[in-house]
Design a binder for this molecule. Structure first.
Ligand code: ARG
Ligand code: GLU
Length: 722
């Protein structure tokens, strides 16, 4: 039965129209039917079976989900794992202190025994992928309401999960694809002992920092090395000194022959989330309403934090990581909106929807089944707009940028634990919270937060489109006049701004502590705002969203049905995907052309001694002056980064860039700013991913760090040598 189904699916997709160059995040188990021919025509020398196989070791066995949020890959037969510096940042930071600052100075284990364990860090392999669509839809009918449908699906999902055959160390997840028209099951194995092997100093691994983030030309050596350890049986085990390096089914050989324009590239990893099949009305809403709202909020918050960071070194260190996180998507959204404008993304959607309308009109049945989709979208997106806008405001202001309210939301969860699970629930959550907050307060300044709150709370109250969500938040009508005092008194009176304040509460008996928290002025204000938000924004938003999702599911089904000559790929959902393209420059603006590779000379051009973004380590300057590049240079130059037309997104950080033969050539870590709209509207003219050239990684490990023992473990190859 499964075979027949897969057969149908292949029929549905296999009439190969060549997709836009580079576009698509493809499922590894469908490569054979959908992509192999095209990949080979672009220069690939492998078969689909070399990339994904359940019968023999294949590339997929070297691709590892890192901590659930990034990608990494095996590069030796002893479990050596390569990922981005910004993916391992938290671990590198947690091993650092003033005396041994691995962020600033880098870290290189002298041998395996010196590698550093990381509690909680995981490395997950995909054992196999199965199409379970038919089982998941068992008993689902057209006549069902959305609720009935979902409950049948939930029951089926549980049954499929129950019935899958697993080894004791395996897990299973099932996820919807193609907007809920298909379901795939993933059997995984997760290793729990992952140790830090090496990381360059930030002046290499984070060179250019926020100024260069999302930017080409780029000169960042954004990499770090870890190692997976296993029990003696090579299976997952908790950390133990007795664990041994993991023996992989496959690891990536490394090509030291370099890349040039038009070389085939394949990027293999775990992209997080994309939205390629939105209707025009939704893309317009993102560009005109939602992105500007979020950008505006972060503009204000970032300006305040930046000014404080520039005043004083300690603040800079405290806020660097938070600032980077907020600035990352702020900058991305600006690029995204701009990219949609410059490539006429809206116009392209309009054209596409016209084609769609014509295609369904060709036949009575499709007209009846799908004729309502676009008008429904128009109606629903108009209806959801004020709620979506208010929701973004709320999330940004209350849930992210004002840290005091984030603390208050944790207090609310603590009280929820007490009310639902009594003393035991309270104590369990309190202890976890207390641990978390210890780290939180290390990097918290109430003075900065108060300024952010002053700027942002008022912004929410004035701008959230749903007025019921914000009425009555100011306790008196005159508050607008005395607004700064109101905020000031919040920060003076609350117990949530300091570790000591909270410790005092946490030392009380649970009942007294709960009463004390409930009296806190910030807690009270938070609960009021949160209740109003839930009632007037979240509830209606979710109701519309459910309807939009149902229309979107039908739209996806319609697209697949009425455009049988087109190939569709499912939106990213943190599952394993293959994307492929070529090494390629681009033209960001009139008269400006970017070539695809950068070199160490470019690092030196950007060098600003002592600057926190553009400083360069002395040793690197010396190696540059002496042109001491070992076997890794290219005609007397040291390559640093390159770009290609691979379709990637957040979560692809740390993904390997692989050549036509299956060798590692680079390490994905970013996209170019002009092309960040590839999450909703890929355009081959300006969408590029950014990779570290693998030769730069080798050069830094070997020549800069002197950690030759790590390079010796790898398998270096010369596929271009005749
Ligand atoms: N833009 C890259 C990625 O999302 C890198 C982010 C980390 N670096 C930084 N400077 N913030 O997500
Ligand atoms: N830096 C991103 C990440 O952390 C990858 C860049 C992107 O969004 O494409 O996954």
């Amino acid at each position: 039965m499964k075979k027949i189904l897969l057969g149908l699916l292949i029929c549905a997709f296999s009439n190969l129209a060549i997709a836009d160059d580079g576009e698509g995040m493809w499922l590894p188990l469908l490569l054979k039917s959908l992509n192999e021919a095209e990949m080979q025509s672009m220069g690939m020398k492998m078969s689909a079976e070399d990339i994904y196989s359940v019968n023999k070791g294949s590339l997929k066995d070297a691709i590892v989900h890192f901590g659930g949020f990034c990608t990494s890959e095996l590069i030796s037969d002893q479990g050596l794992l390569l990922t981005n510096h910004h993916c391992g940042y938290g671990q590198i930071q947690s091993h650092s202190s003033v005396g041994k600052n691995y962020l600033k100075d880098g870290f290189w284990a002298q041998n395996m025994a010196a590698e550093l364990p990381n509690a909680g860090l995981t490395a997950t392999f995909i054992v196999r992928i199965e199409d379970v669509t038919k089982d998941v839809f068992e008993g689902v009918t057209q006549k069902m309401t959305l609720k009935e449908r979902q409950s049948t699906i939930d029951k089926n999902l549980a049954a499929v999960e129950q019935n899958v055959k697993l080894e004791s160390h395996e897990d299973v997840v099932i996820k919807p694809f193609y907007k809920g028209n298909q379901y795939f099951l993933f059997v995984t194995t997760t290793y729990r002992d992952v140790r830090l092997v090496g990381a360059p100093p930030e002046s290499i691994g984070k060179f250019g920092s926020d100024t260069d983030n999302w930017v080409w030309p780029r000169h960042t050596g954004d990499f770090a090395l870890f190692r997976i350890y296993a029990g003696k049986d090579n299976l997952p085990a908790d950390y133990s000194e007795d664990n041994v390096p993991y023996k992989p089914k496959h690891f990536l050989p490394i090509s030291v022959d370099g890349v040039e324009a038009d070389d085939f590239t394949l990027v293999f990893g775990f992209p997080g989330r994309t939205n390629q099949y939105l209707p025009k009305v939704a893309v317009a809403q993102t560009v005109d309403i939602l992105n500007p709202a979020k950008i505006g909020i972060r503009d204000k918050a970032l300006k305040i934090v930046d000014a404080e960071m520039r005043k004083d070194e300690a603040t800079k260190i405290k806020y660097a990581s938070k600032f980077a996180r907020i600035a990352n998507y702020w900058k991305k959204w600006i690029g995204e909106s701009q990219g949609i404008k410059t490539t006429d993304g809206i116009g392209r959607k309009i054209k596409f929807e016209k084609e769609f309308t014509e295609a369904i009109a060709k036949n009575k049945k499709t007209k009846k089944a799908y004729g309502n989709i676009l008008p429904e979208f128009e109606k629903l997106y108009k209806a959801i707009e004020p709620y979506a806008q208010s929701r973004d405001y709320y999330n940004e202001v209350m849930g992210r940028n004002i840290e005091l309210f984030r603390t208050a939301s944790l207090m609310k969860r603590l009280i929820g634990q007490y009310e639902q699970n009594g003393e035991a629930g309270y104590l369990g959550f309190r202890d976890r919270l207390s641990n978390y907050l210890k780290d939180f307060y290390k990097n918290y300044s109430p003075k900065i937060d108060q300024q952010v709150c002053s700027a942002l709370l008022d912004m929410y109250i004035k701008n959230a489109a749903i007025k019921e969500a914000t009425t009555g938040i100011y306790p008196t009508p005159t508050i607008r006049i005395s607004y700064p005092d109101f905020i000031k008194s919040l920060y003076t009176k609350t117990a949530f701004t300091t570790q000591e304040g909270l410790d005092k509460i946490f030392q009380m008996e649970s009942e007294a502590a709960v009463a004390k928290i409930k009296e806190d002025p910030v807690y009270k204000l938070y609960v009021q705002i949160n209740d109003q938000y839930n009632e007037h924004v979240s509830k209606p938003y979710n109701e519309y969203k459910e309807q939009i999702d149902a229309v979107q599911r039908n739209y996806m089904k319609a697209l697949i049905e009425v455009f049988p000559e087109k190939r569709f790929y499912p939106d990213a959902n943190s599952t394993m995907r293959v994307t492929y393209g070529q090494v390629k420059g681009y033209q960001p603006r009139d008269a400006v052309t970017y070539t695809p590779s950068t070199y160490l000379s470019g690092v030196m051009e950007k060098y600003k001694p002592g600057d926190y973004e553009f400083d360069v380590p002395q040793k690197l300057i010396e190696l540059y002056k002496a042109k001491d590049y070992g076997d890794y240079g290219e005609n007397g130059k040291m390559p640093v980064c390159f770009i290609g037309s691979n379709h990637t997104t957040g979560g692809n950080s740390g993904s390997p860039a692989i050549d036509a033969h299956g060798n590692l050539i680079g390490l994905n870590f970013d996209r170019v700013w002009e092309g960040t709209m590839s999450d909703i509207n890929y355009d081959p003219s300006i969408c590029r991913n950014i990779m570290v050239d693998i030769r730069y990684v080798l050069f830094i490990v070997d020549k800069f760090a002197g950690a030759k023992w790590i390079v010796d473990e790898m398998k270096l190859v010369h596929p271009k040598r005749k």
